[in-house]
Ligand binder design. Structure first.
Ligand code: BMA
Length: 361
């Protein structure tokens, strides 16, 4: 019975592979999977909140009954993204739902389901400003980072926030009871100054101390196994490499990724991606780290050949382990970065997966 079932599953996988070509992730842990993909030139495709909602549907509306089979990307090309991005913003307050309305219990099931399908789970964290009480984008004070460091007035509060995050991550268990490994990408886009931990809002020493404190708390104090750490500077036209002063050290980071969004100005996007990835590739080679495109995308995808015509060229020749495009909001019709059935670029997305041997599930 078991053998028959295994055979059926394998056969189904072969049929899927044959119909959509592309690759499947290697079963060797997150860093192993990503290193292999980067070396083979078969990056994983990732999509933020892929199983949670899409352009005109939302699994949160029936969290108990939802079996998490729906995905805009799967609707468009027949396969799930290999990497699922989820955001932890709101967990720090003990909220039941994250900042975009996702039920944390459903997110847990999505992470477990995605892992069981063979995928990689990545967590970002648009957390509130512990100093002002505002949101992640509240940059009204340059004291927030300093306030959460040891000795700071918000240190104890922040420790509780880290514990709430740790509790949720530790609740991710596979069917055999083992801890599900996840990629964690905190304190992102710190080369810019739009989050309370951004460049103009803290010193390099404070940023690095914040990162190390987060690492120590989750990895050592709470003992979370299998946590893989990604740092993602946003591309900046001026002085991009200055981000390197805000790098906590090789022992605290596994992946160095670029956040860089496209605009209809194709030449500008290509220039930024080539400059950003070139710079990060050199950094990764010098430090033994894994390169990724941790956030990108063209909002509303008006260009029907954006995937083969622009993104493909943007990453060609770089040892990129994964490329994640941002979310398809269910409640904002013009806020989406991945195709869905009938979307103008859907056929081109499927063509890109085949042509560039993009890894999907
Ligand atoms: C931003 C937008 C926001 C969202 C945030 C966190 O880029 O998508 O609507 O709240 O990411 O997911």
């Amino acid at each position: 019975m078991k053998a028959t079932r295994t055979f059926t599953v394998l056969l189904a996988a072969c049929i899927l592979t044959a119909s959509c070509a592309g690759n499947s992730p290697a079963p060797s842990g997150i860093t192993g999977t990503l290193r292999s993909a980067a070396a083979a030139g078969t990056p994983l495709y990732g999509h933020q909140d892929d199983l949670m909602y899409g352009h005109a549907w939302n699994a949160n509306l029936d969290p108990a009954g939802d079996d998490l089979t729906r995905s805009d990307v799967k609707d468009a090309c027949g396969r799930y993204p290999a990497l699922l991005g989820l955001d932890m913003g709101g967990i720090e307050l003990g909220d039941t739902h994250n900042l975009d309305g996702n039920d944390f219990a459903l997110m847990r099931r999505a992470a477990i389901t995605h892992y069981a399908r063979g995928g990689v789970v990545s967590l970002s964290w648009h957390l509130r400003n512990p100093f002002t009480g505002g949101d992640a984008w509240d940059i009204s004070s340059d004291k927030a980072v300093a306030s959460v460091l040891p000795g700071g007035e918000k240190h104890e509060l922040f420790t509780q926030w880290l514990d709430r995050l740790a509790d949720w991550i530790l609740s991710l268990k596979a069917a055999d009871g083992s801890q599900i490994p996840v990629l964690f990408r905190p304190w992102h886009e710190h080369s810019g100054s739009w989050f309370w931990w951004g460049r103009d809002l803290c010193t390099a020493e404070e940023y690095n101390a914040l990162w190390r404190m987060t690492w120590e708390h989750l990895t050592v104090k709470r003992g979370i196994e299998g946590l893989v750490w990604a740092i993602s500077p946003n591309y900046m036209d001026r002085d991009f490499e200055q981000w390197e002063t805000r790098y906590p050290g090789d022992e605290y980071v596994d992946i160095v990724g670029l956040d860089c969004y496209a605009s209809p100005d194709r030449a500008r996007y290509l220039r930024q991606m080539h400059a950003g990835l070139g710079s990060l590739q050199r950094f990764c080679e010098a430090h033994g780290k894994i390169l990724a495109v941790t956030e990108t995308g063209l909002e509303t995808l008006p260009d029907p050949v954006w995937w083969t015509g622009t993104l493909s060229e943007a990453i060609a020749g770089f040892p990129v382990s994964y490329v994640l495009t941002w979310r398809n909001a269910s409640d904002k019709p013009t806020h989406f970065y991945a195709p869905f059935t009938g979307q103008a670029s859907a056929d081109d997305f499927a063509a890109w997966i085949r042509q560039d041997k993009i890894t999907m599930l």
